[in-house]
Design a protein around this ligand. Sequence first.
Ligand code: ATP
Ligand code: MG
Length: 337
Amino acid sequence: MNGSETTVLSVENLDITYTVDKKKIPAVRDVSFNIKAGETFGLVGESGSGKSTVAYSIMQYLASNGEISKGRILFCGEDLTKFGYKDLLKIRGKEMALVPQDPLTSLNPSHKVGDQVAEVLKIHTTLSDLEIKKRVIGIFEEVHIPMAEMSVDKYPHQISGGQQQRVLIAMAFCTNPKLLVMDEPTTGLDVTTQARILSLINKMKVKYNTAVLYITHDMGVVKNLCDRVAIIYAGEIVDEGNVEEVFENPAHPYTKSLMECIPSTFEDEDTKLKTIKGFLPNLGGFISSCIFAPRCKYVQKQCNEKIPPILNLSKTAKVKCFFKTLPKIEDEVLEKS
Ligand code: ATP
Ligand code: MG
């Protein structure tokens, strides 16, 4: 992270519900975090934990049955939840950009990749056509797309998956956005391509001082790429801190379990989260207790009776749990679970 202390994104007490068959599903609850310029913030959680819901709510791209029912999303101090459609059009793709999980669903198969990046510049800048053409080739070179001058004229299916991801990264960075939201952008890529893309994201972030929200299942990526990390479980952030803090001293029982599930060396190819025992809860009903209690090895009576508080562990770390120090439990229980 560089020296800038400007907070670019501030998510405050966010609740998001989806309506299905007239029933409200509280998919995200009381989520808060900040990201500063030049900082990479990792959001980690198992499938269905609400990562994309958070990402799409920031971009104001929630599905039509999704709704922000509480909270604010401040982008450079302004509440995006109050923005009208026209205001959003001005900043989406320019001031803040999204790199989605699947490049092929995001790239238009019938348009040349260079034209797709040019389109973003046409909408958001006053550059002439010639300047745009040069800029597109320049940014293709920056993201190491081979033979940039020729590649701009290719269609998405004519380039590799890694190159498609680079096109999306080029598209996201081409307007020098203040905030970049990346929703598992390297899923499905081989380890070498993934490493190259991560190094590219890092370089671009440093160059442009971008605030990055990086969503992943992969703890190895978090360790290598992120400055801070939040662990999301069933729609709630349960643990947050600097990457070193969370890795050295995982505070929440869920984070502890996640850490126990990853290989000891991050040189291993497979640093993805292994599943831990049990399942995410059904979010249909009213939540009045610790959401993780049914899977928690350290569960106590109060965990099933009340929602836990958020405890500050340091200036930078907090945990949503009744305990700063987890209660002692029998070794036998630990082994069995
Ligand atoms: P993954 O890692 O699989 O991408 P995720 O953490 O991104 O998962 P979300 O896609 O945000 O999870 O989903 C969070 C919860 O909201 C899940 O229970 C999911 O089934 C539900 N959900 C997501 N989109 C909708 C929708 N449009 N309508 C109803 N429920 C939804
Ligand atoms: Mg997702």
